[in-house]
Design a protein around this ligand. Structure first.
Ligand SMILES: *[C@@H]1O[C@H](CO)[C@@H](O)[C@H](O)[C@H]1NC(C)=O
Ligand SMILES: *[C@@H]1O[C@H](CO)[C@@H](O)[C@H](O)[C@H]1NC(C)=O
Ligand SMILES: *[C@@H]1O[C@H](CO)[C@@H](O)[C@H](O)[C@H]1NC(C)=O
Ligand SMILES: *[C@@H]1O[C@H](CO)[C@@H](O)[C@H](O)[C@H]1NC(C)=O
Ligand SMILES: *[C@@H]1O[C@H](CO)[C@@H](O)[C@H](O)[C@H]1NC(C)=O
Ligand SMILES: *[C@@H]1O[C@H](CO)[C@@H](O)[C@H](O)[C@H]1NC(C)=O
Ligand SMILES: *[C@@H]1O[C@H](CO)[C@@H](O)[C@H](O)[C@H]1NC(C)=O
Ligand SMILES: *[C@@H]1O[C@H](CO)[C@@H](O)[C@H](O)[C@H]1NC(C)=O
Ligand SMILES: *[C@@H]1O[C@H](CO)[C@@H](O)[C@H](O)[C@H]1NC(C)=O
Length: 462
């Protein structure tokens, strides 16, 4: 079992631990490296094997991979799931997915079997798979949406027909379940017997249940994924010309050796290689992050304030499809409107401050394009927030986010003592009213900030 949030004194902090699943006395079944995320304390990927039907020497089963992570999705090239059979099981046929290797199926009974390996590895079929190989909930090229973004696409499912168990009706759950989604980072507990899955029939008037159900919980750990920090945050405001850049070396440092290829300097030709997703394709910057999130406090109105949020891609070889950005800020307790992103405010998890989740609008900016020679790819939106007169202030950096995640990975925040400060004279902070002059002043200020922002963005990148 996962530890409950209440088991820990500081429920607002992330931490990692090892979980040991034990069966019986001292029989360690599996060890999972688990990282607790205070913003998504119940996130997990649940793998369910439902035995639908018994056959003469085996069974047919449906395998479902359900992503319960609120803002962590399974990106290209998609998931791969694997396990080790306990007995001499053979997968005679499969629909909705395929085993990557057939293995040795030379034994007379199973010459046409789909997979005879002791440890099959299974991947999803593409969306254009032939209809006879499809099954309900299958064939999405291994992509799975984050639960909070698209629950209807947050799972993947396929069916297998298992044989070679003889007359034995005692079925044994596969062992050592692994899931790559698509890279490493997930560890799965052992498949445990649970109540059989029940589903509605006859329009919900009858409920049918499967023969038997095994379930395993898989959890993600950034530590296991062995990822360098993936992104950083920079800040600016309309009330102070200072721009707080990403922290130096947020995602690593620039190589001092000119021959080192851990980042690509502007003007250099990109290496011709299909090897994607590597730091080697990140543009050389002071922060060295593949992704930067910029938070600009843009306007102050009587009962609203406005943010401009920009996500920039510094990777020359990666388009982030179905990207998402999570922002923790107390201001999201009030009504907010994002103009160019799709978004939602996540249900409060009790102890954490309000969290807004944003993702791209279909056919408009759902893909965060790769950088090219001239510029980084970026997506941007204005966000209008209502003010809560009791808590709203620009003092003490209140207007800045507490935490930002990109695609589920924590972004490096600048240190609070580098935040753009409120000027001592607060005349520029008068909210815009109907007064023409104030409006003009604010427009001018915004324009100036915008200009400095642009020029600074340029100088930030050499
Ligand atoms: C897995 O996620 C689901 C949905 O959030 C939750 O109900 C379940 O308790 C989680 N399982 C574990 C072991 O945390
Ligand atoms: C394949 O399996 C058959 C019978 O199951 C066995 O006789 C044969 O040696 C195996 N071949 C290889 C290459 O392992
Ligand atoms: C799809 O189905 C056909 C015929 O049923 C079969 O020959 C083929 O191997 C299947 N493809 C996959 C990827 O399962
Ligand atoms: C089924 O398998 C179990 C464990 O391998 C064994 O104890 C049992 O005798 C088998 N039953 C039959 C009918 O083969
Ligand atoms: C499962 O993994 C454990 C630890 O890696 C190993 O000791 C065990 O033999 C594996 N079980 C099977 C059936 O491969
Ligand atoms: C860097 O590359 C140049 C030419 O490619 C070579 O002459 C030089 O020795 C290299 N320097 C190091 C430190 O490897
Ligand atoms: C990213 O998208 C652009 C434009 O659609 C395309 O030209 C490029 O090949 C894509 N890059 C990758 C790595 O898929
Ligand atoms: C916003 O996201 C929801 C859920 O994924 C989706 O159904 C809807 O079509 C999206 N709206 C736009 C404009 O992309
Ligand atoms: C304005 O604030 C700065 C830094 O907080 C301080 O050093 C300076 O003395 C202040 N000036 C006035 C006129 O209060």
């Amino acid at each position: 079992m996962l530890p409950a949030a209440t088991d820990f004194p500081d429920k607002n902090e992330a931490f990692c631990i090892d979980i040991v699943d034990i069966i019986g006395f001292y029989v360690v079944e599996s060890i999972r490296h688990y990282c607790y995320d205070p913003l998504d304390p119940n996130g997990n990927i649940t793998v369910t094997i439902d035995i639908l039907q018994r056959t003469t020497d085996g069974y047919t089963a449906r395998v479902t991979i359900q992503n319960y992570y609120q803002y962590r999705h399974v990106d290209k090239p998609g998931w791969t799931i694997g396990w080790t059979w306990t007995k001499e099981e053979v997968i005679v046929s499969m629909s909705g997915a395929f085993a990557t290797q057939q293995g040795n199926c030379s034994s007379l009974n199973f010459q046409d079997a789909h997979c005879c390996k002791k440890d099959p590895q299974i991947a999803d079929l593409p969306t254009d798979a032939s209809p006879e190989n499809m099954t309900e909930g299958c064939c999405k090229g291994g992509l799975i949406s984050a639960y909070a973004i698209n629950p209807a696409k947050s799972f993947s499912s396929f069916e297998i027909s298992v044989a070679n168990l003889g007359a034995n009706t005692t079925y044994f759950a596969p062992q050592n379940l692994t899931i790559m989604a698509p890279g490493p980072g997930y560890t799965c507990g052992s498949l445990q017997d649970t109540d059989p899955t029940v589903s509605p029939d006859i329009g919900g008037r009858r409920h049918v249940q499967v023969y038997r159900t095994w379930k395993s919980i898989c959890t993600y750990s950034t530590f296991l994924a062995n990822k360098a920090p993936a992104c950083c945050v920079s800040l600016s405001t309309f009330y102070n010309p200072t721009i707080t850049s990403c922290r130096l070396c947020s995602c690593g440092c620039r190589p001092t050796d000119q021959n080192a290829t851990s980042c690509i300097r502007e003007g250099y030709n990109l290496p011709q290689s299909d090897f994607v997703n590597s730091i080697d394709f990140v543009k050389c910057t002071d922060h060295m992050c593949p992704v930067r999130v910029h938070w600009h406090v843009k306007n102050n109105y009587v009962d609203h304030w406005r943010i401009k949020l920009t996500v920039s891609n510094y990777n020359y070889k990666k388009n982030y499809s179905d990207w998402n950005v999570l922002v923790q800020h107390p201001g999201f307790s009030q009504k907010s409107t994002a103009y160019s992103f799709n978004g939602t405010v996540l249900p409060a998890v009790g102890f954490a401050e309000e969290v807004a989740l944003y993702w791209g609008v279909s056919y408009f900016n759902e893909e965060l394009l790769q950088a090219d020679e001239d510029q980084e790819g970026s997506v941007t939106t204005d966000i209008l927030l209502e003010k809560d007169s009791k808590s709203f202030t620009f003092r003490n950096g209140w207007g800045f986010p507490r935490r930002i995640y990109f695609n589920g990975e924590d972004c490096e925040m600048p240190l609070p003592d580098t935040f753009p400060m409120l000027p001592n004279s607060s005349s520029t902070l008068k909210p815009t009213s109907n007064s023409f002059w104030l409006l003009l002043l604010l427009l001018l200020l915004t324009f100036l900030t915008f200009k400095t922002q642009i020029s600074n963005f340029g100088s930030d990148d050499q």
